[in-house]
Design a protein. Structure first.
Length: 634
């Protein structure tokens, strides 16, 4: 499969590219989401000449100078807004983790594997006779309806990544063999057979007779795939490592066994798998942390995923000619969550470590630019291209645990083994990023609810009082760290990575003061008596109380200390007006004049703009407005 895919990609990429101003072709409106891309980071990198393809788009088309995402500034909510033009009140995407009515109090489900409550533009346009396609775009999972004509989405992870010792046994003087299990499920485990020859080549196959095989050298990437029980192609990438000639220390690293969901007309799935193989894994933090792989190998895994996305998206554009094409890259968001070490109050902060970590984020931006460059090569003068992000990212230094506070006050009750006692608990919080929804265990709404309706207002106000009353000591930094940062800033003032250090004034304040603050920025009461209150989300999925963390803090789902060290260094979800959370929006192509969009716009305005440009009447639930600077000549 690998040789066939590689040959196809070589042939495909050798086709002449149609550059801007080239021969007119079928027109496609492409919406590309770069999850977590910060407005200020992009600007800084473009100024440093490190994002040439984004700079090309900015130079040819329109750039929004004053765009905001929605509240909550979370991936599922904002992508739903981009796709529908509607806020969470309508889409139901109130968080990345959804707790729905009639479920057990502690139950939640990933928003990325849930359907939207209103129809996205790719579904509306399809019903209007347009041809549409979505690749990995959050909210486009074809299993939940409202799908595009051509849909590809994240599937199952059938086995986690592994690092396996290979015990080779002699077959002949020239050949040695090993075998290891691929533990997928109890009833669906497979064996992988390995043969090493005297030329230093390794042959791997699921078949003992080596009929369908992959041949690699030491430290060379290979992959194996098979058809899973649900009809999707699954597979993994691998690399064999050894330092001893007799292979006595040989180990095989393999990625997780991953699969996708591919839906479309007859033979579409077969076409995608034939040309591009299985849906590869997005990343592997576990392997990097355990030192199974190097940072370079980690980047190769992530790059393969991004390249697969690009290749498939451009292939669909060229062969199936959709009118609307949505696709998505997660790398910037992922790296920023893990490596946004830019605040001296963050655990483990040093100037040197900050510089190193921020270089990983810079790498993800460069990868995005590289993928964009390939898209531009396949874009003709009839196309329009919209580059978006769902939100930015801000550094966090401490975690908050709402359920810990609720337990202290007796509103959340646990068994001796630490599990939640749903028969006695009156509330439960579901956290995501910088927000948390607190649900009252209400009779008739929650499964086996215990709180009477006449107690609702009292308990809601009690919860609000708890979190409004919490104060913690704001983290400060040692004076020695402050002077070290100041020295570095003065030395490298022209080389600083964006967001690498706070201003000296802010840093000085942190160094000198250790005042008490309220870590909860907002405590929002949902409910009929509080309608039209700023920040309220009027949807059954929303909590009775919504907690929003102050800048620098984010929510923990589990229990623990009041303020704990963060697992993530970057996060989002809070007040979308904060500059660190500002997204990006650039547009270029047919009918779009060069310039800037200075008016205040929102991610809610993208779908209405596409409706206007495509001559489709938007549904009644659409809240956003067409962006005048893009539609005035349409």
């Amino acid at each position: 499969m690998k040789r066939k895919v590689s040959l196809f990609i070589i042939l495909f990429l050798s086709f002449p590219s149609i550059a801007w101003g080239g021969t007119p072709n079928h027109s496609t409106d492409m919406v590309i989401s770069f999850d977590g891309m910060r407005h200020d980071f992009l600007e800084e990198y473009m100024e440093q000449e490190q994002m040439p393809h984004f700079k090309e788009v900015a130079g040819r088309g329109k750039t929004a100078n004053n765009i905001r995402t929605i509240f909550p500034s979370l991936t599922s909510a904002s992508h739903a807004a981009i796709a529908t033009g509607a806020a969470p009140d309508a889409t139901g995407m109130v968080s990345n983790e959804l707790h729905k009515p009639d479920k057990k109090l502690t139950g939640s489900k990933s928003a990325f594997y849930s359907g939207l409550d209103v129809e996205p533009i790719w579904s509306v346009a399809r019903n209007e006779g347009k041809k549409t396609a979505t690749i990995l775009f959050p909210g486009s999972n074809p299993k939940y309806g409202n799908k595009a004509d051509y849909s590809i989405y994240y599937g199952k992870t059938l086995a986690e990544s592994d690092f396996i010792s290979l015990e080779f046994k002699k077959i002949t003087n020239d050949r040695h063999s090993a075998v290891f299990p691929l533990k997928i499920r109890k009833d669906h485990n497979r064996k992988v057979y390995v043969i090493a020859d005297k030329q230093g080549k390794f042959t791997l196959s699921f078949d003992k007779g080596m009929q369908d095989k992959e041949k690699v050298s030491l430290d060379e990437w290979g992959s194996l795939s098979y058809l899973s029980e649900d009809g999707e192609m699954a597979g993994f990438a691998f690399k064999i490592k050894a330092t001893k000639p007799d292979l006595s220390d040989a180990k095989l690293y393999r990625t997780a066994v991953s699969s996708g969901v591919v839906k479309g007309p007859k033979h579409f799935k077969e076409d995608i798998y034939k040309h591009f193989g299985y849906f590869p894994v997005q990343d592997d933090d576990k392997a990097l942390d355990k030192k199974w792989i190097t940072r370079k190998e980690y980047e190769e895994i992530s790059t393969r995923f991004a390249q697969w996305t690009t290749d498939v998206s451009l292939y669909i554009k060229k062969k199936y000619k959709p009118d609307l094409l949505f696709f998505y890259y997660p790398q910037i968001d992922h790296e920023s969550h893990k490596y946004l070490l830019s605040d001296p109050r963050q655990p483990g902060y040093t100037s040197e470590k900050s510089r190193q970590y921020l270089s990983y984020i810079r790498w993800s931006y460069k990868l995005a630019d590289e993928m964009l460059g390939q898209v531009l090569e396949e874009t003709n003068q009839e196309d329009r291209l919209f580059l978006v992000s769902d939100h930015g990212m801000e550094p966090v230094h401490s975690r908050l645990s709402p359920n810990e506070e609720l337990e202290k006050k007796g509103l959340l009750v646990k068994y001796d083994n630490g599990k939640i006692n749903k028969k006695k608990s009156k509330v439960f919080a579901v956290a995501s990023g910088s927000i948390s929804h607190v649900y009252i265990n209400l009779k008739g709404r929650e499964e086996n609810g215990i709180v009477d309706h006449d107690q609702y207002d009292h308990i809601q106000k009690e919860i609000a009082a708890i979190f409004n009353g919490i104060e913690v000591k704001e983290k400060k930094i040692p004076l020695s760290t402050f002077f070290s940062i100041a020295k570095t800033q003065l030395k490298d003032e022209n080389e600083n990575l964006p967001g690498s250090f706070n201003s000296l004034t802010e840093t000085a304040k942190m160094a000198l003061f250790n005042k008490k603050i309220r870590p909860y920025d907002k405590v929002i009461l949902n409910g009929s008596d509080n309608r039209n209150k700023k920040g309220e989300i009027d949807h059954p999925n929303a909590g009775d109380i919504i907690l929003v963390a102050k800048k620098g803090y984010y929510m923990a789902q589990g229990d623990g200390n009041e303020v704990m060290e963060p697992r993530d260094l970057g996060n989002h979800g809070g007040n979308p007006s904060r500059k660190e959370l500002r997204p990006v929006f650039l547009a270029v192509g047919k009918g779009i004049k060069k310039g800037t969009i200075n008016a205040k716009i929102s991610t809610l305005d993208i779908a209405p703009t596409l409706y206007k440009l495509n001559g489709i009447e938007p549904p009644d639930f659409v809240e956003g407005k067409p962006i005048v600077e893009l539609t005035e000549d349409a």
